[in-house]
Design a protein around this ligand. Structure first.
Ligand SMILES: Cc1cc2nc3c(=O)[nH]c(=O)nc-3n(C[C@H](O)[C@H](O)[C@H](O)COP(=O)(O)OP(=O)(O)OC[C@H]3O[C@@H](n4cnc5c(N)ncnc54)[C@H](O)[C@@H]3O)c2cc1C
Length: 386
């Protein structure tokens, strides 16, 4: 099913498929054990041009867009969700600059991000604020030509390997209209990474705790106008929602394909597993949910590529993220069930897929927060089924 993919989309998908099979798949189990960020795979992605898909051509990317990124992420996630997160971070860390940065900032930070010369992270979540991001407590205080930033961020994907972070801090009194966005180079005095977390899945990309203590950055590194950073954060997350969905879509495909291969060979009661109707129904349910996810994710990514990612379109981005990531969890669980005890063992990738899938319903807006966005759109009439 090609979903009106252009030749360029197909080329990118095929490139990602090849890299996923040849480079990512052989490393996946080891990354899950070691928790060491795979710099070599980041460079393979860089050389293939997969880190600049959402960066405009004039700033060193290919401008291929979010559907292209979703396709690359999907192929990668069939084998490993840490490496799919590396691809996603190429957009999450640059979108604040892409959406709201000055031409000078774009010229400085985007080409190096697209080429893989540098990598970034996205710093929104704090110890006291996750879903309620507008209540964040980090503060940036203007001091002459600089800002002095103090604050703590938690659970930052790739924060320990980043060369810069997009950091959100209060510059005004209170609430969403008091937040500004900053580019903070990670070699700035006062920037530190006290620890990385021990976590359940997606272990190949460490999740960092980041502290800024009297960290001084030039005012020229503020992204957009003062006190307009919250909108930048929300629009960044909106644009990336289909890509998180693609992580779920690819994971579900990889999990059920693996279980199906197993079920063709394994015999019980004198029959291959695939001959038992109970197994067939799990396979069919997986395909139904996967195809539903594919349509939602590709459509949502297409909306983003058409510039449709503001409040009016946000519910459709949320629907794609929610459905595809919840599908990943259900399908990963059923895939283990199909394999029985073997599915539970580390000799196979399914227990890793199952642990990795769980992250997807939490990151970049939990399933509950997505449902708030969707329900609000229904109640306010933005979604009207009459
Ligand atoms: C592996 C991993 C990587 C991450 N990477 C990043 C990153 O790179 N950058 C970054 O900034 N953050 C990152 N995060 C943080 C992530 O975005 C937050 O965990 C997420 O936004 C939820 O915030 P929270 O964990 O504080 O949960 P809370 O906001 O405390 O919510 C707890 C629970 O309550 C529910 N809930 C909260 N409010 C409501 C409500 N109004 N109605 C109904 N239910 C509600 C939530 O859905 C959730 O189930 C990462 C998290 C993980 C696990």
């Amino acid at each position: 099913m090609d979903y009106e993919l252009s030749d360029a989309h197909k080329l990118i998908r095929n490139t990602a498929k090849r890299i996923a099979r040849e480079k990512v798949a052989p490393r996946a189990a080891e990354l899950d054990e070691s928790g060491v960020y795979p710099e070599d795979i980041f460079q393979v992605f860089a050389e293939a041009g997969l880190l600049g898909l959402t960066i405009p051509e004039q700033y060193g990317g290919s401008g291929a867009g979010f559907l292209a990124l979703a396709l690359a992420v999907e192929e990668t996630a069939k084998y490993d969700n840490s490496c799919s997160l590396i691809l996603l971070l190429s957009a999450l860390s640059t979108q604040p600059i892409n959406l709201s940065g000055s031409d000078e900032q774009k010229r400085e930070w985007l080409p190096k991000s697209a080429s893989g010369a540098i990598k970034g992270a996205f710093c929104l979540t704090e110890p006291n604020t996750g879903s309620d991001a507008a209540a964040l407590e980090s503060r940036a205080t203007r001091d002459g030509d600089d800002y002095v930033i103090n604050g703590e961020k938690v659970f930052i994907s790739g924060g320990d390997v980043a060369d810069f972070v997009c950091f959100f801090a209060k510059t005004g009194e209170d609430g969403a209209s008091a937040i500004s966005a900053f580019i903070v180079p990670t070699d700035s005095p006062g920037y530190s990474v006290p620890r990385c977390d021990r976590k359940m899945g997606v272990i190949g990309v460490p999740t960092a705790n980041i502290v800024l203590q009297d960290c001084r950055v030039p005012a020229g590194l503020r992204i957009g106008e003062e006190n307009r950073g919250f909108k930048t954060a929300m629009l960044t997350l909106n644009t990336c929602r289909p890509v998180v969905g693609a992580r779920g879509l690819g994971l579900a495909e990889g999990a059920i394909a693996y279980a199906l291969d197993f079920a063709r060979e394994r015999k019980t009661f004198g029959q291959p597993l695939v001959n038992h109707q109970a197994i067939q129904f799990m396979l069919a349910d997986a395909a139904i949910a996967i195809e539903g996810s594919r349509h939602l994710v590709y459509h949502a990514a297409t909306l983003v590529d058409e510039g449709k990612y503001d409040r009016q379109w946000a519910p459709y981005l949320s629907i794609a993220k929610t459905y595809a990531t919840e599908t990943a969890n259900k399908v990963a669980s059923d895939a283990i069930q199909i394999m029985g005890a073997q599915g539970y063992m580390k000799d196979h990738p399914l227990e890793r897929h199952y642990r990795d899938a769980r992250q997807l319903m939490i990151v970049e807006g939990t399933s509950q927060i997505q449902r708030l966005v969707i329900a609000r759109a229904m109640i306010q009439g933005d979604i009207n089924y009459w």
